[in-house]
Design a protein around this ligand. Structure first.
Ligand SMILES: [Zn+2]
Length: 429
């Protein structure tokens, strides 16, 4: 299987199947088991919170792997760890892959770790297959993706891409009042002691590819080993308040009631109906619903509920937001409603140049790799502003993640790593 790389000035061909064959399932399995021991739990999960001692041990382990790759390890001011494999043309910006090593408080072994370790195995496979990259290849582990200890998450990628400032990020405190900055300084001191040099933030990249577990049920349902992610859906949060009037539950006739719960139920149903699309791409969730005064024999005078609305396209999100606004302006069971926007994250569409390269590489490897959209946030959302970015997803059992029972099939992880390695080769040539 021969592939012409996308560089017109380079006529060299890459043997993609030799690269795929060089991906070693045992090595990947061993690495997953090794990293799962840093913060390993008796229930099979991991507790490896950002910048805690386990996270620092996992970073030091990753840095130790640089020597077998012929790579140089370095760390930037927010603690992102890089392993750089030099290319034959040092003037060119690198092709980068990676994910994160921190976990949720009761997290699984694969969320984040798989992307880092698949990247590591991909670089080893490329070396073993005798592939000499023209561009440098880099593996990165981003700091505090989860946001479980220090909120918000994706600190490493956001600071690297200049989406958030380093100073503001350093001031974030965990529940014990320890600042991210002081935890980071402890981590950096350990890496300094191990002789790891510093590197600047925001260094240019030719492309970034992140492999991650899907954290959803689609790929497993479709019985495929890997999927090409074409974007990350946007999300809008709202709070809706419906106001009526409280009165005696036994004495007030129907025509004289302004029951806030009756209005809220009708409004909630109308909002949900407005989001029903034949393609099933809109995600609409009411996850909080509060009734007051909350007494058995009093007509409710106020109901507040939350809305989590997601869609891959900004225009659709906007249209739905406008519809929500119109609907809340109506009278509901004689009650008045208000809609307050709480937050908004724009959707990201990964560039077609990269997603078609992933499609084409999968095709050349004889793999079925359907397109899908990410329902969850990832570091790639910030990298997409920095350089051409895309993701690969590997199925996880029952779509379960952020849970000790999170599980993947090794065979699927291997296929994902093969596609990652072959795609990195195409991009780096
Ligand atoms: Zn993750």
């Amino acid at each position: 299987m021969q592939s012409h790389a996308n560089h017109p000035d380079n006529s060299t061909t890459i043997n993609l199947s030799a690269i795929a064959t060089a991906v070693n399932p045992q090595r990947l399995e061993n690495d997953l088991a090794t990293v799962a021991r840093f913060g390993g739990r008796t229930d099979g999960g991991v507790t490896r919170l950002a910048l805690d001692n386990n996270d620092v041990r996992a970073r030091l382990w990753l840095i130790e792997q640089a020597s077998t790759l012929g790579a140089k390890a370095s760390v930037d001011a927010i603690g992102n760890v890089f392993l750089d494999v030099p290319g034959s043309d040092p003037r060119l910006s690198p092709v980068v892959t990676g994910s994160h090593l921190d976990s949720q408080p009761t997290g699984g072994k694969y969320d984040g770790a798989l992307g880092v370790l698949a990247g590591l195995e991909a670089l080893r496979a490329l070396k073993q297959a005798g592939f000499t990259p023209r561009r440098s290849l880099s593996l990165v582990s981003w700091t505090n993706e989860e946001g479980a200890r220090f909120s918000p998450g994706t600190s490493g990628s956001a600071v690297f891409c200049d989406v958030r400032s380093l100073d503001e990020t350093r001031q974030v405190e965990d529940s014990d009042g320890i600042s991210l900055g002081s935890a980071l300084d402890t981590c950096l001191a350990e890496l300094d002691a191990a002789g790891v040099p510093r590197r600047p933030l925001a260094t240019p990249m030719h492309a970034f590819l992140e492999l991650h577990i899907e954290q959803g049920p689609i790929l497993e349902r479709d019985g495929v080993s890997v999927g090409v992610v074409e974007g990350i859906q946007g999300v809008s949060w709202f709070e809706v308040t419906v106001s009526g009037s409280a009165n005696h539950a036994g004495t007030t006739p129907r025509a004289m009631r302004r029951d806030a719960l009756e209005g809220a139920c009708a409004l909630a149903t109308a909002l949900r109906e407005a989001t029903r699309d034949s393609e099933d791409r809109v995600r609409f969730t009411i996850g909080k619903f509060t009734v007051s005064p909350g007494s058995v024999n009093t007509i409710p005078d106020q109901v507040t509920f939350s809305i989590d609305l997601r869609h891959p396209e900004a225009a659709t999100l906007k249209n739905l937001e406008a519809t929500f606004s119109k609907l809340t302006q109506r009278s509901w069971a004689g009650c008045h409603a208000t809609l307050i926007p709480l937050s908004r994250v724009e959707p990201v569409a990964f560039p077609a140049t990269l997603t078609t390269l992933l499609d084409g590489t999968a095709n050349e490897l004889g793999l079925t790799a359907p397109r899908l959209v990410s329902g969850a946030f990832h570091d790639a959302i910030h990298l997409a502003k920095h350089c051409p970015t895309a993701m690969l997803f590997v199925p996880c059992r029952d779509g379960l993640s952020h849970h000790p029972d999170e599980h993947i099939e090794l065979a699927n992880a291997v296929v994902g790593t093969q596609l990652l390695a072959a795609s990195l080769a195409s991009l780096a040539q």
